[in-house]
Design a protein around this ligand. Structure first.
Ligand code: PHE
Ligand code: ZN
Length: 877
């Protein structure tokens, strides 16, 4: 397809498939360059489809060998075939069997969609539209079939032969080959199909479900890495138990398998019974993984496992409904982590991430609704908006209707829709029904893009002892949506008294709910019986994904930072004061005004490092200043990344100077005991320790650098080592290069570790970073064919605030050129690199012009993929 005239798919055009496929018998005869796929499809006309419709099967890059109906050859003029389509103009108007033989080349498959090879092993990726690269098919999620898959391959190269479901049969196939037959009794869409074959090591365990089903658990990894798979295995068992306890959902096959592969476009994939993972999210040991890696593995294992019910048993009617499975499953994995680790810390991390990724997306040219109305390339809609905002929408639903109604709604959803391909309307209807609430206005969260801003003014009236909160909401215009209607926004409120405790909420003489639903442009609520002016704690636990600006003073926020009973807002209050100060510092830097000092920020940070502070994970969040991205978004337009960087550095330096002794004492106190454990408390302690180190080294002076070097040299686990390297990498000191060299000397043969090494260098806020990144693309640690390498180096560079946004535009040109070069090989990953441009319009005019230049040059390139073409077009649109 030419990039200039994209084919747009619209939700409004949805209609049911004209045909259904009831069973799929696949026979996959593996060969490195010429794999034969025989698909026997039992097809019947769909009573809900159009009469006398042609049968049009999707394909991509396919070579047809033969096709037959009910065993008989199809006449040449009845069949129209291209690599992209197989059409039967006049198929039988009754159930029939279509047999299709195709030939595919897994070795030449560099897009990593369909059947491809990764380190010699065969693997598949079918979401969203990869199955059509294996055989001609009705490759759409509302066509659900029962699959039986026979995989045949050479015994020496592919001793392990896997597919979805339960193992039905194995045997010899002659010529040194063997086969396995897998049967999946659960009807599923083609995107959940998977096949893996290779010479893999395995870790095995078992799990007995609540109702007594004995499930074999297997994690497949490269030989020699089995000991790095035990944490993932443990996470599987804990996820299975949690889904039974929290959602009443049991596993439904005799075996649950996870395979780690080194070449993977995304994080992981929930194929029925056979999850395929990016190995980065499976493999972990104290010597090779950081605390962050452990947390990611646990969360992603949980996420993919939870898809078994939210995604697989109940799937999406069409790809516009992607958030039906993704938003909901993210919500579920967030809850799992909250129950497993610290709930407030998880919430803070999720909100940081939401703001960094989703708010940024929502404020720029790539903004789209949680449920988009149209797409040119569905691959480009696996976004923070669909995933993370999609999860926030469900969290709001729970806040609005309450936990009991939410649980009843989930139960009804599972009950009513098991085995179906559903829409968001069907999902939301379950909650409307059980709660008796009208959720029509709530649906706007799915329809309207853009982050609502809520402006709050407060007024205390001493005469009437009342406190009024007035909230005005506004949803900004986004591409294709110039005007917006008010949404229903749950604002959870607390009123904190002078003693730091919550005061009773009374409205109209009665005890009032903490949830105030903002349903119109302006909503006002008056609380009574207040002897003194309380301090309002707004949007507790981040009850809605909005930008809040309130008339609270710094004094109010500093009070909340010290006292708010809601831990999220205790953290948020400190951030708000720091953010205000950073914005003022940036303005001062750009106009040459006096630096606005706010020494009380250091007091708040100081509490994190106080000897009495025992919740280290929470304290580490308190100690971390708002990011450069946070400041950029707060400023909104005419953004100067260098000024933001300088301002943040100055504030950090000021805090470090005023707390030097406290932080040094904390750093000494927080030293590891020696034995490494990845649990949340230990990880929190290490996080606070490195935060202390970061402050101690903030000025790049010899003392701080020496501490970081000592931590690096003496590290007994990868978390400490990487954190020390990260601190060193901020400063162009000789210790930095020595440490980088030492790291490469020790771990040069481990690509996942060298990814961290690449990422650290690409993230450095130093003027030579781009040169280094260019050089590293030519090093032996880099490989354009591996998405993890590309993301670690080029992706990380694209997220580097000052160096991607170099004033000379060289950063923009580099990322655009790299995406262009990668496009022919792997369009999906190439398109993702261009996500770096999602906020380009907010830049100051000089950089904005340079960024636009880079995008325009790219848009004029010939032969762009649909993926890259779509992003470039929208980014410029
Ligand atoms: N469905 C996967 C997940 O979130 C993500 C994914 C999408 C993976 C597309 C591969 C391709 O859980
Ligand atoms: Zn998912």
């Amino acid at each position: 397809m030419r990039a200039e005239d994209p084919q747009i798919v619209r939700l409004a055009d949805y209609r049911p498939s004209d045909f259904l496929i009831e069973t799929v018998d696949l026979d996959v005869n593996l060969h490195p360059t010429a794999t034969r796929v025989t698909a026997r499809l039992s097809i019947r006309p769909n009573p809900d489809g159009r009469e006398r419709a042609a049968l049009v099967l999707d394909g991509e890059d396919l070579k047809l060998v033969s096709a037959a109906i009910d065993g008989g050859a199809i006449e040449a003029d009845a069949l129209d075939v291209s690599p992209e389509r197989l059409t039967l103009a006049n198929p039988p108007r009754r159930p029939f069997e279509l047999t299709i033989v195709t030939e595919i080349d897994p070795t030449a498959n560099t897009r990593l969609m369909g059947l491809y090879r990764s380190n010699g092993a065969y693997t598949t990726q079918c979401e969203a539209e990869g199955f059509r690269r294996i055989t001609y098919f009705l490759d759409r999620p509302d066509v659900l079939a029962v699959y039986t898959t026979r995989v045949e391959g050479p015994k020496d190269e592919t001793p392990v032969l896997l597919s979805n479901g339960n193992l039905a049969e194995t045997g010899e196939a002659g010529d040194g080959r063997h086969f396995a037959v897998w049967h999946d009794p659960h009807p599923k869409p083609s995107y959940l199909f998977a096949l893996v074959a290779g010479d893999l090591g395995v870790v095995e365990d078992r799990f007995v479900t609540a109702s007594g089903r004995d499930v074999a658990l297997k994690v497949f990894v490269e030989h020699g890495r089995e000991d790095r798979a035990t944490y993932a295995m443990d996470a599987i068992k804990r996820s299975m138990r949690w889904d039974e306890e929290a959602f009443g959902r049991e596993y439904d096959l005799d075996v649950f398998m996870v395979v780690a592969v080194s070449h993977f476009n995304m994080g992981a994939m929930e194929n029925k019974g056979l999850n395929v993972f990016n190995d980065k999210y499976v493999l972990a040991s104290p010597e090779t993984a950081t605390d962050g890696d452990y947390a990611n593995i646990e969360a992603i294992i949980a996420h993919e496992y939870f898809h078994n019910w939210t995604g697989n048993r109940i799937t999406c009617r069409d790809w516009f409904q992607l958030c039906l499975k993704e938003g909901l499953t993210v919500f579920r994995d967030q809850e799992f982590t909250s129950d497993t680790r610290s709930r407030p810390v998880k919430r803070i991390q999720d909100v940081r991430n939401l703001r960094a990724a989703q708010f940024a997306e929502d404020s720029g040219p790539l903004a789209h609704p949680v449920r988009p109305q149209a797409y040119a390339e569905i691959n480009n809609f696996y976004t923070p908006t669909v995933y993370e905002k999609g999860a926030e929408v469900i969290r709001m639903l729970k806040v609005l209707i309450g936990p009991e109604a939410f649980k009843a709604g989930m139960d009804l959803y599972f009950d009513r829709h098991d085995g179906q391909a559903c829409t968001i309307e069907q999902f939301v209807a379950c909650f409307a029904e059980v709660s008796g609430r009208d959720l029509d206005q709530f649906m706007l969260w799915y329809h309207q893009a853009g982050t609502p801003s809520v402006e709050v003014t407060t007024a205390y009236d001493a005469a009437t002892k009342t406190f009024t909160i007035e909230a005005t909401q506004r949803v900004p215009p986004t591409p294709g949506q110039p005007t917006k209607a008010p949404a229903v926004i749950p604002m959870v409120v607390g009123l904190v008294g002078p003693d730091g405790r919550d005061l009773p909420l009374v409205v109209g003489g009665r005890k009032a709910d903490a949830v105030v639903a903002l349903t119109s442009a302006t909503t006002r609520v008056t609380f009574e019986g207040l002897e003194q002016r309380p301090v309002a704690s707004l949007f507790r636990n981040f009850s809605a994904p909005v930008k809040l600006s309130a008339d609270l003073t710094d004094d109010d926020y500093l009070f909340l930072a010290a006292n708010d009973p809601d831990p999220f807002n205790r953290w948020q209050a400190g951030q708000t004061v720091a953010l205000r100060n950073l914005v003022a510092r940036v303005a001062a830097l750009r106009t040459g005004g006096a630096t606005p000092e706010e020494p009380r920020i250091a007091d708040a940070v100081g509490r994190a490092f106080a000897p009495g502070e025992t919740d280290h994970a929470f304290a580490a969040q308190v100690a971390a200043l708002p990011s450069e991205g946070d400041v950029a978004r707060e400023i909104g337009d005419d953004v100067d990344p260098d000024a933001i960087h300088a301002a943040r550095r100055a504030l950090k330096g000021a805090i470090a100077a005023s707390l030097a002794d406290e932080i040094a004492a904390a750093y000494a106190r927080l030293q590891d005991t020696g034995h490494y454990s990845p649990d949340a408390a230990s990880a929190g302690r290490r996080a606070l320790k490195v935060s202390a180190l970061d402050y101690l080294a903030a000025d790049g002076g010899a003392e701080g650098v020496a501490l970081a070097k000592a931590l690096f040299d003496g590290a007994t686990n990868m978390t400490d080592r990487i954190m020390a390297l990260q601190v060193l990498s901020l400063h162009a000191a000789p210790a930095r290069d020595a440490a980088l060299d030492a790291f490469a000397a020790s771990y040069g043969s481990d690509p996942l570790l060298m990814d961290k090494w690449l990422l650290i260098q690409a993230s450095a806020p130093l003027p030579d970073t781009l040169d280094r990144v260019r050089e590293l693309t030519r090093s032996r640690y880099f490989d354009f064919g591996n998405p993890n390498r590309v993301r670690s180096l080029v992706g990380a560079f694209g997220a580097n605030p000052t160096q991607f946004n170099r004033a000379d535009g060289a950063g923009y040109a580099f990322v655009a050129e790299t995406a262009r070069a990668l496009d022919a090989r792997n369009p999906q990953v190439a398109a993702r690199l261009l996500g770096a441009f999602k906020t380009w319009r907010a830049l100051e005019p000089g950089r904005r012009a340079k960024a636009e230049d880079a995008l325009r040059t790219l848009s004029r390139a010939s032969g762009l993929s649909a993926d890259v073409g779509d992003i470039v077009r929208r980014a410029l649109g």
